[in-house]
Structures are given as structure tokens and as C-alpha cells.
Design a protein around this ligand. Structure first.
Ligand SMILES: C[S@@+](CC[C@H](N)C(=O)[O-])C[C@H]1O[C@@H](n2cnc3c(N)ncnc32)[C@H](O)[C@@H]1O
Length: 293
């Protein structure tokens, strides 16, 4: 490494840090991400390339280089990046993840927005929100931190996942969020008829539809992926539990596969839900359905 490499890295790093501080002071939540994307855009580098340049040009010693090599090998074996780093970003949160828990996905950030909007719109002082099958706690903790006046309950019944859920609840320290180890089909009877919003990203993959990506097939827990023969076994339970939990006018939000919107609309309509509507993600795929109690 020569001095000019070092200088180039330092200048780049200071530029990144100054830009992040400026954006943070302006109220942008993930300021360092925005800063790196902006500088990368100007320099014609991806965010990863920019970060690699900052590290390799300045501070990368032999030990760090060896660690990077090991991590690259793990990634090459298709272990999810989030398992290697141990962290999954979700909206404004950084959640601990690893073997045994479903890695929260970017598309779920958009689905969570539907529940957050419904909580914001709720007429009562402290609306109750429930996340059925909470996994890492991503949706529940997003609702709790983004709608502080709400009271949030989260339900999970996988012991392996629950280790991670508990850790994320502890580390997020949202005192308006409660976690329960329970089967969502028979959970939270004490809240019957009082809840404003129920959201679930349940297992919805049909038993025979094995996911293509090794990261999903080999590393996400089966209990988080598969929903029986037609993929809708857990969705049927979510519908019944939400009918019991929600007060009249309350909102149900369900994430699902892009080809399941019509089937889920029929299922919910048959169960007596009103105003059933599907919602597209940023790539125009139908990935969520809402309904009113
Ligand atoms: C697709 S993952 C979603 C996790 C998280 N909500 C998210 O969006 O990242 C489905 C979750 O539901 C949990 N689950 C499946 N069946 C359940 C049941 N009957 N009761 C409670 N949780 C269940 C799984 O263990 C898993 O954590």
C-alpha cells in the first residue's frame, strides 16, 4: 500500500462520514446508506465497491484479509449474507439473525407499511397491533418503534426462531412490544375483539414448490416457508385468529406469493371479510392483501 492509496481512502472515508452526518442531522434514518449510494453514484461505483475501496486502500491488514476470504468462501457456498454478518436491516432496524430464523426480506418492509399506516389511522388513543408468526420480530418491532402510541403483540411458535426473536426484542428495547411463544391458531385470547391491526407474513409456499435459491432452500427454516399442500394452511388460521382478535372495522394485512392473491381473496371473502384488496410491490407483483373486519 502506498501513501497516495492511503490518502485516497481517507478522503473517501471522510467524505462518506461528513455526508452521513449531514443527512443524519437532516433527519434521514439510514443516513450512511444514503451517503454511500450518493457518492457511489457520482463516482460510478456500487455501494459495495465503494466500501471495498475504503477498506482495501487503507486499513486492511493480514488478519482482516483472511477473515474476508473465509467469509467470501461461506458466501460462495450460498450461505445468506445476513447469516455471515449476523445482521439483517429492516426499515430503521438492524435485527440479529442466524440459523433457525427466517431472514426478513426487503419486500416485507413494504407490506409492514400497510400495517403501520393502519395503526397511524386508528381512531383510538393506543391502538393494538398484532404480528402473527413474527420470526426475527421484524414487523412487530417496526410497528412498535414507528408507531410509539401503539401497543404491539408478537407471536411465534418455533423454539429455534424464538431465541432470535427474544434477543431482538431485548436489544430493541421497545417497551410497547410484547412477545409470546404460542401457536398463532390459538394465541392472545385475552385481546379478543380489541385489536386494530393484525399483520402476518405466514409460511405460504406449497409443500411441493421447492424454492430455487439455495439461500432460501438450505438456510431458511422449513417451518417458516411451507404452508401445506396449497400453501394456505397457515393463512386459513391467520384469517380465523384475526376475525377473533380484531374489533369491527379493524384491518388485516397478509403477505403472500405473487400468484396467490385471487385464492386468498376468495378465502377471506368466504370467511366474511369486507373490502378485500390486493397490493402490488415495487416490481408490480401482487404480494399483499388487506381486508376489514
Ligand atoms: C415467512 S416467516 C416470517 C417471519 C417474519 N414475520 C418476517 O416477515 O420476516 C413465518 C414465521 O411464522 C412462524 N410460524 C409458522 N407457523 C406458525 C404458527 N402456527 N404459530 C406461530 N408462528 C408460526 C415461523 O416460525 C416463521 O417465523
Amino acid at each position: 500500500m502506498n501513501v497516495s492509496d492511503n490518502d485516497a481512502a481517507r478522503i473517501l472515508r471522510e467524505l462518506r462520514d461528513t455526508a452521513a452526518a449531514r443527512l443524519g442531522a437532516a433527519g434521514i434514518l439510514d443516513a450512511h446508506i444514503d451517503a454511500e449510494l450518493l457518492i457511489g453514484h457520482v463516482l460510478g461505483l456500487s455501494r459495495g465497491e465503494l466500501q471495498a475501496r475504503i477498506v482495501t486502500d487503507s486499513t486492511l491488514g493480514a488478519t482482516e484479509a483472511a477473515t474476508v476470504k473465509q467469509m467470501v468462501e461461506r458466501r460462495a457456498a450460498r450461505e445468506p449474507l445476513q447469516h455471515i454478518t449476523g445482521v439483517a436491516p429492516f426499515r430503521s432496524l438492524e435485527l440479529a439473525v442466524g440459523p433457525g430464523v427466517f431472514v426478513p426480506r426487503p419486500e416485507t418492509e413494504q407490506v409492514a407499511q400497510l400495517a403501520i399506516d393502519a395503526l397511524h389511522a386508528a381512531a383510538v388513543q393506543s391502538p393494538i397491533g398484532v404480528d402473527l408468526g413474527t420470526g426475527s420480530g421484524a414487523i412487530a418491532l417496526a410497528m412498535a418503534t414507528e408507531v410509539p402510541r401503539a401497543r404491539i403483540w408478537a407471536v411465534e411458535n418455533s423454539p429455534e426462531a424464538f431465541v432470535w426473536t427474544s434477543r431482538n426484542f431485548r436489544e430493541t428495547d421497545a417497551d410497547n412490544a410484547t412477545l409470546q411463544f404460542a401457536d398463532l391458531a390459538d394465541a392472545l385470547h385475552e385481546l379478543d375483539g380489541t385489536v386494530s391491526v393484525v399483520i402476518s407474513n405466514p409460511p405460504y409456499i406449497p409443500q411441493d414448490a421447492i424454492p430455487r435459491d439455495p439461500e432460501v432452500r438450505l438456510f431458511d427454516p422449513e417451518h417458516a416457508l411451507y404452508g401445506g399442500e396449497d400453501g394456505l394452511d397457515v393463512v386459513r388460521h391467520v384469517s380465523q385468529t384475526a376475525l377473533r382478535l380484531l374489533h369491527a372495522g379493524g384491518t388485516l394485512v397478509i403477505e403472500h406469493g405473487e400468484l396467490q392473491a385471487a385464492e386468498i381473496a376468495a378465502l377471506l371473502t368466504a370467511d366474511g371479510w369486507r373490502a378485500v384488496a390486493s397490493h402490488r410491490d415495487f416490481t408490480t407483483r401482487d404480494r399483499a392483501t388487506t381486508a376489514l373486519r
